[in-house]
Ligand binder design. Structure first.
Ligand code: DON
Length: 304
């Protein structure tokens, strides 16, 4: 066994028995996830993929989609125009907090729900179908394969998404959300419902770590300055109100999601992803946080 796979397998075996954290239960598709599911994947800058544990499971990408849609919006509109609509400051609040900057009505950053809803609305398109198709195509290019929506997850998200709808109405009232609320929130729910495997997330993370070129397909997905911007926002805001502790302990740009996905990027080295559904109180996957903390210490990955 090569040393990278051996490290992942060792972590997998040791952290598998951990019983901490709670699986998200606001929709049945997430509540029914097996808390024992635990997979890790790492993709190097030469496009080699290493993995351990449960890597066949398909799960909804949820908030791990946010940095990629942010990158798409910045690619399309440029950083200044996007910054007029959404900030880049850590909120220190929960992912679903009401986030409106006094004066401008801008959400704090594109990694919390409010900011991600605005980011989704900024993707230029002829209509709602076209906007979602651009998002799907972009995430697919990051992953290096065509990704699809889990329609059951989408229907449940749409049926239970009143808080996100309320956030969108508040932002529309404050002038920071320009699009139609219902259309924007539906597109955001579809984006969150895109299905991935842990190896897809690792390729997506590796593409950001590689300055926007997918190391498996060789395709440039975004320009390097856009990738740098996405990584910077992930570093300060990607782990919600656990972002400060994460940056202290792990020191890598990262993004978590409510289905248990977690990505981290070691710039110019690799992208890594973990899938394990039980979450801590900040909404970050418990095994993913521990696995990355250990890897960062053992291999001196901390960027600072
Ligand atoms: O907006 C929501 O409620 C979900 N569809 C996605 C949120 C998410 O993944 C937050 N992560 N911890």
């Amino acid at each position: 066994m090569d040393p990278v796979t051996a490290s992942l397998a060792e972590l997998h075996d040791r952290l598998s028995s951990l019983a901490d954290g709670e699986v998200a239960d606001y929709i049945p598709q997430l509540a029914s996830a097996d808390p024992r599911t635990f997979g890790l994947a790492l993709v190097s800058m030469s496009g080699n993929c290493y993995h351990a544990g449960d890597t066949d499971d398909l799960f909804s990408i949820q908030s791990v989609s946010k940095p990629f849609v942010y990158a798409l919006a910045v690619s399309a509109l440029g950083p200044t125009e996007v910054a007029r609509r959404v900030g880049a400051e850590p909120s220190g609040e929960a992912f679903n907090a009401i986030s409106l900057e006094p004066g401008t009505g801008r959400p704090a950053n594109p990694m919390v729900n409010a900011g991600a809803i605005v980011t989704t609305s900024l993707v230029p398109a002829a209509d709602a179908r076209d906007r979602f198709e651009r998002i799907r195509a972009c995430l697919s290019a990051f992953a290096g394969r065509s990704l699809d929506v889990d329609e059951d997850v989408y229907r449940s998200e749409a049926a239970t998404g009143d808080r996100n709808r309320a956030l969108a109405y508040l932002m529309r009232g404050a002038g920071s959300l320009a699009g139609d609320v219902d259309e924007t929130v539906r597109t955001y729910f579809r984006q969150c419902s895109i299905q991935v495997r842990v190896a897809d997330l690792a390729v997506m993370a590796a593409t950001l770590a590689n300055g926007g070129v997918n190391p498996v397909t060789g395709d440039r997905v975004i320009e390097e300055p856009v990738a740098v911007r996405a990584l910077a926002v992930m570093a300060t805001c990607g782990m919600y109100d656990g972002a400060g502790e994460w940056l202290l302990r792990v020191g890598l740009p990262a993004k978590s999601g409510v289905s248990g996905g977690l990505i981290a990027c070691s710039p110019a080295r690799f992208g890594i992803a973990v899938h394990s559904p039980p979450l801590d109180r900040a909404g970050n996957p418990v095994r993913g946080v521990l696995a990355l903390t250990e890897l960062s210490e053992r291999f001196a990955l901390h960027l600072m």
